[in-house]
Design a protein. Structure first.
Length: 330
């Protein structure tokens, strides 16, 4: 079996992106012993590629990183087999590459590691009811992933792009976590909106009821944030800032296919428009940070929305191709 195919399968497993066919192939090849010769090296490379996103006890992480870096940078001449003699280190390594447990039942693993992906087209919204009773409302342009069956002690879903409103079914034994680009938002039973515009480095969590805890994997200085109703958290890579501020909880959390702005920051408005219409907007967030937008747009073409905003704020728009718009000050 080709080494790159082996690594690809492990990577897909770790990212929870496997199809039914890939998971079946993964299990069959492991049972046939095809991973034995390359297993240690694959583990080392995957760990090295993803170590900045992983949170483990500092003393354990330092020790594992030191040993694995030796494997990767010293021309890969060392073997990791000696690591398996130390049960604690082995457990950490297994957790770092996807939490694979050899005794798990294949059918259970197939359901919990095979995800359904929903992509919402322009001009429509999608309402889902997950198998735990949680309701998810997806805005136009959103991409959302969820497992066919939740794990025994956790409910984990992924908002890969766009905006979604979550009305979470209560279950104190299974925290509900929404993973976006750089945030992990966890609730027991509550309602909140997650916005993830990955191309622009912008995410926002708005809490309507209950409480949520927001973690920032990979950000050593981020820490956890607890929100109460009426608070929202913004992680904005464009402005290199994280903010918690108030918002109006009486505002309709998800408008059916309508863009509604009420003194919203210009850059955030443009993120929404880009996702809503599946277009690319080129602009300098710093240049537009002092501008705010108010308006409602329903069944309006993207060209008309942008022209309206540009006219009000004295901006100039160029359209080099049908799916790309450049926005700048006159």
């Amino acid at each position: 079996m080709d080494y790159h195919r082996k690594k690809y399968l492990f990577k897909r497993y770790n990212a929870k992106l496997m199809t039914d066919a890939e998971l079946e192939e993964f299990y069959k090849r492991m049972l046939d012993g095809e991973f034995e010769d390359d297993y240690d090296q694959i583990m080392a490379e995957l760990y090295h590629e993803n170590k900045e996103k992983i949170t483990v006890p500092p003393n354990a992480k330092a020790e594992v990183e030191k040993r694995l870096d030796g494997v990767i940078f010293e021309k890969k001449t060392k073997s990791l087999k000696w690591l398996w003699r130390a049960a604690s280190v082995a457990a950490i390594l297994v957790a770092l590459v996807g939490g694979y447990r050899w005794h798990e039942n294949y059918q259970y693993d197939k359901l919990t590691h095979t995800y359904t992906t929903v992509s919402v087209s322009q001009g429509t919204m999608k309402i889902l009811q997950l198998n735990d009773g949680t309701k998810v409302t997806l805005s136009p342009g959103a991409t959302f992933r969820y497992p066919k069956q939740f794990e025994k002690d956790a409910r984990q879903v992924y908002l890969d792009e766009g905006r979604a409103y979550f009305d979470v079914a209560k279950d104190k034994t299974k925290p509900f976590t929404v993973h976006s680009e750089r945030l992990a938002t966890t609730a027991l039973g509550t309602s909140f909106i997650v916005q993830n515009y990955r191309e622009y480095g912008y995410e926002k969590i708005s809490l309507y009821t209950g409480s949520v805890k927001i973690d920032q994997p990979g950000d050593n200085h981020g820490g956890s944030i607890i929100l109460v109703p009426g608070q929202e958290f913004e992680k904005d890579m464009g402005h290199s800032q994280n903010l918690v501020h108030q918002f109006d909880v009486n505002k309709d959390p998800m408008t059916a296919g309508t863009l509604v702005f009420n003194k919203d920051r210009m850059d955030v408005v443009l993120y929404n428009i880009a996702s809503h219409y599946h277009v690319k907007l080129d602009f300098n967030p710093e240049m537009l940070k002092s501008l705010y937008v108010t308006g409602t747009y329903r069944h309006t073409k993207v060209e008309e929305v942008l022209k309206s905003i540009a006219f009000t704020h004295k901006l100039m728009i160029k359209n080099p191709n049908p799916k790309t718009f450049q926005i700048m000050k006159k």
